[in-house]
Design a protein around this ligand. Structure first.
Ligand code: SIN
Ligand code: FE
Length: 289
């Protein structure tokens, strides 16, 4: 079985020259792992590395495209420091993606940048929100009509603790297995959700299918245990990139991570046919958006 992860030794966040093998791997759902990028965290910033920096009611600490810090608590000085740390990470991730896959640059939409200070193993969550279960990313309130979700992660644990991930089966296999279990799309229900403000825009059939697949994967304990998967330990300093709407993933343990999300329109892709929208449309023989 070919590995679902490709390790790249680039000393710099700016990649010298786009590498088509890496781009092809990313587009086919593999994780690109950068093992020696530098990201300095000052001693002063290390004081932010406590779970209490997160507002207990928030799912994450993040800075959105509006540049506002959300989900954190603390005095003005620490919040300013935290916001600057998050911005520094965003700039590094931007350099990486713009040089790794320059075709994306004109269309890349910067979505939230997050700092995740919680210990994964101590987090209590419903099965649906539990990212220790293999899943592909799909959001209940924000339909995306097939737009891609590209993410850049970095383990910044100051105590040597790895972030342990599982990476699962290909999206093609996942789609083949779960499509027969998907409840039919109801435009009526999509309208209701929108009119009650439960979705930001009308949920498309594509968004419905992605959510159903997300839930069907997470709720099936036998699938969680027995499906094709590999474990990876991302060490402090490791950076990894994947299309998280396509790459089946689960975060099993670890603490303190930075993450940058991007949204990417389908027509900006190197290989639109490998996208979840193209795969689901081909298998269902339907136009889903
Ligand atoms: C996820 O995106 O499912 C979680 C990733 C992580 O926390 O490492
Ligand atoms: Fe996820």
């Amino acid at each position: 079985m070919p590995s679902s992860i490709i390790t790249i030794e680039s000393p710099n966040w700016v990649i010298d020259k786009p590498n088509l093998d890496w781009i092809h791997a990313l587009c086919s759902g593999k994780v690109l792992h950068f093992s020696n990028l530098e990201f300095e965290v000052s001693d002063q910033e290390k004081s932010l590395f406590v779970p209490e920096i997160q507002n207990p009611k928030a799912r994450n600490i993040s800075v959105g495209a509006d540049n506002v810090l959300k989900g954190a608590q603390g005095n003005e000085k620490s919040l300013k420091l935290l916001r600057e740390l998050i911005f520094r990470y965003r700039n590094s991730a931007n350099s990486l993606i713009n040089s790794l896959a320059p075709k994306y640059s004109p269309s890349l939409k910067v979505a939230p940048t997050s700092f995740r200070p919680f210990n994964i193993e101590e987090r209590k969550q419903s099965w649906r929100a539990d990212d220790k279960r293999l899943h592909v990313d799909a959001f209940a309130t924000r339909p995306n009509y097939g737009e891609r979700i590209l993410r850049v992660f970095m383990n910044i644990n100051p105590n040597g603790v790895p972030r342990v991930w599982r990476v699962g089966d290909s999206f093609e296999n996942i789609a083949q297995q779960f499509i027969p279990l998907i409840k039919p799309y109801s435009p009526f229900q999509a309208n209701i959700l929108k009119s009650f403000g439960l979705t930001k825009t009308l949920r498309s059939e594509y968004d419905h299918m992605m959510l159903q697949i997300h839930d069907a994967m997470k709720s099936d304990l036998s699938y969680q245990q027995n499906s094709h998967q590999s474990e990876f330990k991302f060490l402090p300093g490791d950076v990894w990139v994947c299309f998280s709407d396509q790459t089946s993933h689960a975060a099993m343990s670890g603490q303190f991570m930075m993450e940058q999300t991007y949204n990417l329109p389908i027509d900006a892709l190197y290989d639109p046919m490998s996208s979840p929208l193209a795969i689901l449309s081909r298998l269902t023989k339907r136009k889903l958006v």
